[in-house]
Design a protein around this ligand. Sequence first.
Ligand code: A2R
Length: 308
Amino acid sequence: MKKVLIIGGAGFVGGYLSEILIENGFEVHSTCLPYEKIKNPECKAHNLDILDKNQISAVLDEVKPDVIYHLAAQSSVALSWKNPQLTVDINIKGTLNVLDSLRDSGLDSRIILIGSGEEYGYIKHCPVSEEETLRPGNIYAATKACQSMIGNIYARAYKMDIVMVRAFNHIGAGQLPQFVVSDFCKQVAEIEKGLKAPEMRVGNLDARRDFTDVRDVVRAYMLLGEKGKSGELYNVGSGKAMVIRKILDIIISQSTEDIKITVDPERLRPSDIPVIEADISRITADTGWKPEIPIEETIKNTLDYWRR
Ligand code: A2R
């Protein structure tokens, strides 16, 4: 049985990733910070802060994984504007700690570094391929761009088995409300319960983003662990940008409430990129992966999650 280690497994993606890996017969170990909890009882939990290299070495030594998924991150764009230092520490220094510990361990584990479609920033060609020049538009994106550059350097210089991912927006039940779709669904559920006036507070509705159901995303990660080419970088997205206004329409259409829309300046970012859309031909060619779950279904699951 293949052993997998998920670093940062208590977050939004970690739960879905552990579930699909267990279903597919992997022995799954997952790390979390001391104040977090790994919910899946079939997952072996380990406490780990990636800012402490010794802790990483100890977990690697104990688990000796075949594949490592590095999900641990400060993953919010909004928080990265407010706390750039913390974002740099976790996303750059933390990733270096993980890579150096793996290198020191002498293990030949494959490591999948999870980056972001935000790395491309002000893109010139849509859909954006992995070869596009990076023009990150926010601090989070800059740290993830740095992570993929370091991953590329380590793969080549030290012959490490590193696969890099640029994941575009992923959505689903359990996502924190700092993220747009989860935020809108939470507001609708609150309105339905009478906890809030029938007014949706929104940010920039004209931005176009590439949204994929988180269950499709983790299936891509599983396939990359098996079939991704070593040293390669892959976009993971739907391949189709959708304007946020359309997403809001779908969410509101799944409710019977009469909802007014108000722009909230607090929700506008200091700098917002107009269109982000992925070219997913590389991952499809190498693994056969394509997203399968329609956005209406993902929205229904997310709304139902907040309604509960
Ligand atoms: O920030 P928290 O308390 O929610 O904990 C997050 C955790 N994390 C860390 N783990 C170990 N050492 C650290 N120093 C550290 N700082 C934060 O990583 C959280 O439990 C996990 C990341 O999960 P989420 O923030 O829910 O991200 P998500 O959506 O699961 O995305 C996974 C990956 C990230 O690298 C994103 O940047 C990328 O996919 O899109």
